[in-house]
Structures are given as structure tokens and as C-alpha cells.
Design a protein around this ligand. Structure first.
Ligand SMILES: [Fe+2]
Ligand SMILES: [Fe+2]
Length: 300
């Protein structure tokens, strides 16, 4: 045997917690013991008309059960399974969705671009596209005073593994987003990615620096919700809001024909067994640290 190999320090959350980029340890909006914890609900990919139907049918139950201060939703599939229109955006805002994230289907309907560029509208494109891509990279929403006040930062990032829309480094992008938004009371990063390991890697990179790192895009809820050591709530995928009697939202028949014959035919929406999938995170506004993550699933 040769000389002992030097000890290697594996880069875990321990390393990253020492990094200088932190938005949640600043002495602003720290919250006092008198204020209760803030609660943010996040809904996974709203999928077509069935997704909107189940949202309409069950959002009041979600509100009654968890009393969220904010409800954020990924709506990249709301337009018949792909993209988002201004009318559909307004419809879900009227149903009580406070902010909207998007994924790889962001520009499938280009009529959404003016809303993406409007600083007053709480909707953003994935933050790690080219700087020439239209639209805001993040937005901020006020938290109520009784939940500690301050502003809540929201953004999504695309993965680089197995995704059809090329994107820049999500790790560098989340660092930049935190640098550009100092002093927020809490934050949500929507991990819009295919690969489970990539989602976990970005979540560990963010541990202790955001309140919730929550996955979308695969449309399947995962049973791994937990609060990481640094205080970031993480779930690999919160699941879609749409028809479970389907292949991740799509009519099984054309999907099967495509996969078995290699001949592509347009995929229609699936239908039946609609569910509203998401997760609720409790955190202390100011430090931004999460104390609880609770996935939910509502059916009619
Ligand atoms: Fe999706
Ligand atoms: Fe997606």
C-alpha cells in the first residue's frame, strides 16, 4: 500500500451552510415569539381542464385544513397540458392562487409573455434560462403581519438532466437569485427537474438558505418530504394537480401507441380520478427556517 490518501471532505450541507450567500440570517423581519409561524402551500403542475376542475372543487378544503398565508402553484401544464394563457392565469388567480411558477412548457403559448414581463404580476419564467429569454426570473409576495411580515421570494429553476429545454447551471442561478434578494422573510424554489438526484443536489445546495425547495415536472408525488438539517423543507416532487387515471396527465391510448410503434400522434389530456397534489410548509418568517412539511392530496 502506498501512502494514505488525504482525507476528503465530502461536500454536504455542512460545507454550504458556511457559504457567504445567505438571505435568511439577516437581522430584518426576524419575527418574534408573539407571531405565529408562516404557512405556504405549493401545488404541483396544474394540468389542463381536469386540473382546474379539481382546484376549483377542493381549494376551499385546503384553505380550511391548513390556513395557508400564500398559495403558490406551478401552472406550466394548465393550457390543455402544455403552457399557460393569460385567461387561465387570471382564472386561477381569481380562485386564490397568489403566485405562479412555470417550467419547460413556459413559452408554449406566447400570449403569456406580457404577463411574465409585467413587474406587478406574480408569475415568473424559470430563472436559469438565457438572460435574453423574456420574463421575470422571480417575484416577491408580502406575508401577513401576524405571520411575521416581510416578503416571500418565489422562483423556479429547470434541471439539466433529461430535459428538452436547455438551461443554465441551476446552482449558480439560485445563488444569484439569493444575492439579488437580500433580507426576504422566506423563500420557495421550485425544482422543475426530471432527475431525482439533481433535485436533491440543488435542495442540499440550498439547505439553510431557503424555506422550501420543492420539486415539480415528473407529476408523481414522492414519499420523501422532510426538513433538511439546515432548515430547508424538501420534497422531490409534490405531484400534479390533474387526472391520475392517465399517464402522468395524458390520455394513455396515444402515449402507448407512440411508445410501442414510435409513430407520434398528439397526446390528449387524460381524464378521471382527479387529484390536487401539493405540500404545505411552516416556517419562521425572518430566519426563513422551516419546521414542518406536510404533503397533501385532495380528491372529489
Ligand atoms: Fe409538468
Ligand atoms: Fe415540466
Amino acid at each position: 500500500m502506498g501512502p494514505a490518501a488525504p482525507r476528503v471532505t465530502i461536500a454536504t450541507g455542512e460545507v454550504y451552510r458556511e457559504r457567504p450567500v445567505s438571505i435568511q440570517s439577516l437581522p430584518v423581519n426576524r419575527g418574534s415569539a408573539a407571531t405565529r409561524l408562516a404557512r405556504v402551500a405549493f401545488l404541483g403542475d396544474l394540468n389542463g381542464a381536469p386540473g382546474r376542475r379539481i382546484l376549483t372543487a377542493t381549494i376551499d378544503r385546503l384553505r380550511d385544513e391548513y390556513r395557508p398565508d400564500l398559495v403558490i402553484a406551478n401552472a406550466e401544464n394548465l393550457r390543455n397540458g402544455s403552457g399557460l394563457t393569460p385567461d387561465l392565469y387570471k382564472a386561477i388567480r381569481n380562485l386564490g392562487i397568489d403566485g405562479v411558477t412555470l417550467g419547460d412548457h413556459v413559452y408554449r403559448d406566447r400570449r403569456i409573455v406580457p404577463l411574465l414581463e409585467d413587474p406587478a404580476e406574480p408569475i415568473s419564467r424559470p430563472a436559469n434560462l438565457s438572460r435574453h429569454a423574456p420574463g421575470k426570473r422571480w417575484f416577491r409576495l408580502p406575508l401577513p403581519a401576524e405571520a411575521g411580515g416581510g416578503e416571500f421570494l418565489v422562483l423556479s429553476v429547470l434541471g439539466r438532466v433529461g430535459m428538452s429545454l436547455p438551461a443554465n447551471d441551476p446552482f449558480e442561478t439560485v445563488d444569484l437569485a439569493l444575492e439579488k434578494n437580500p433580507g426576504v422573510a422566506g423563500s420557495l424554489v421550485d425544482l422543475h427537474m426530471e432527475a431525482t438526484a439533481e433535485k436533491a443536489a440543488v435542495a442540499f445546495h440550498l439547505d439553510g438558505r431557503v424555506s422550501m425547495a420543492v420539486g415539480t415536472h415528473t407529476h408523481v408525488p414522492t414519499a420523501d418530504a422532510r426538513v433538511l438539517r439546515g432548515g430547508t423543507a424538501f420534497q422531490t416532487d409534490v405531484g400534479m394537480c390533474g387526472p391520475f387515471d392517465s399517464i402522468i396527465g395524458r390520455d394513455p391510448e396515444p402515449v402507448l401507441r407512440h411508445m410501442r410503434t414510435s409513430v407520434h400522434t398528439p397526446y390528449g389530456m387524460g381524464e378521471g380520478d382527479e387529484r390536487l397534489c401539493g405540500t404545505v410548509v411552516e416556517f419562521r418568517a425572518g430566519t426563513g427556517r422551516a419546521s414542518r412539511i406536510t404533503p397533501f392530496q385532495y380528491a372529489e
